[in-house]
Write a protein that binds this ligand. Structure first.
Ligand SMILES: C[S@@+](CC[C@H](N)C(=O)[O-])C[C@H]1O[C@@H](n2cnc3c(N)ncnc32)[C@H](O)[C@@H]1O
Length: 207
């Protein structure tokens, strides 16, 4: 059985950045089980740590701020972050986690509005509409990313064949991102049971 994200910090909470720890402890207080898994958090830290001076990063589905904390801890101090969460209790915890960081804004609202906050150098899709999973409409990378900007969509089971499948059917969401004409995209396996799709907006259109 796959553990939910918050449970994955059971053995490693002492070894993660303090701000991540604070977000996970807040999640535990709220009985919120869906914190980003540490394996994905480490990938987000790698990506955010590479952002240039003055870059802008966005996230949908803040939760209590664990993924955001991985990124903020790794990024330059002049990178600005905005994250959107619909649940008021989670927003309150996340705002406490980042209370000392003027470059981090937590919005209480619907992820569908994330496009109004861009364009982004890094956009992490982790809650609500925009990822293309289920019935929702995927965000358009050409309007929400700067050229060269990165997008991540997480919580996939690792791909073992092409085209990728999920539950015996073609995984249209993953296929959408991996074949998007405006992106160079790949899947990164961060654990035996967990993969993330990472795409970079191409500097030129067409192949
Ligand atoms: C997988 S959790 C996010 C985990 C978080 N990013 C982290 O790093 O720990 C998904 C979150 O998306 C939020 N969410 C779901 N639908 C949403 C929507 N339409 N607008 C904003 N947030 C939404 C949920 O309330 C939940 O907190």
């Amino acid at each position: 059985m796959s553990l939910r994200g918050t449970q994955h910090y059971g053995n490693c909470l002492d070894s993660v950045p303090l701000r991540v720890r604070s977000a996970v402890e807040g999640a535990r207080r709220l009985d919120f089980p869906f914190c980003v898994r540490p394996e994905i958090g480490r990938l987000l830290a790698v990506l955010a740590g590479g952002l240039p001076a003055g870059a802008r990063a966005g996230e949908t589905g803040t939760g209590t701020g664990a993924g955001l904390a991985w990124m903020v801890d790794a990024a330059r101090d002049d990178v600005t972050f905005v994250s959107i969460e619909q649940d008021g209790d989670r927003v309150a915890v996340a705002r406490t986690v980042f209370a000392d960081r003027a470059n981090v804004e937590i919005l209480h609202g619907d992820s569908a509005t994330i496009v109004e906050q861009g364009p982004f150098d890094l956009l992490v899709l982790d809650g609500g509409p925009g990822s293309g999973k289920g019935d929702d409409v995927p965000v358009d990378p050409t309007s929400c990313l700067v050229p060269g900007g990165l997008i991540t969509v997480d919580d996939f089971t690792p791909m073992s064949q092409w085209p990728p499948t999920h539950g015996g059917e073609i995984d249209t969401a993953r296929l959408h991102w991996l074949t998007h004409p405006a992106l160079d995209a790949t899947e990164i396996r961060v654990a035996p049971d967990l993969a993330v799709v990472v795409g970079r907006r191409r500097h030129r259109t067409g192949r």
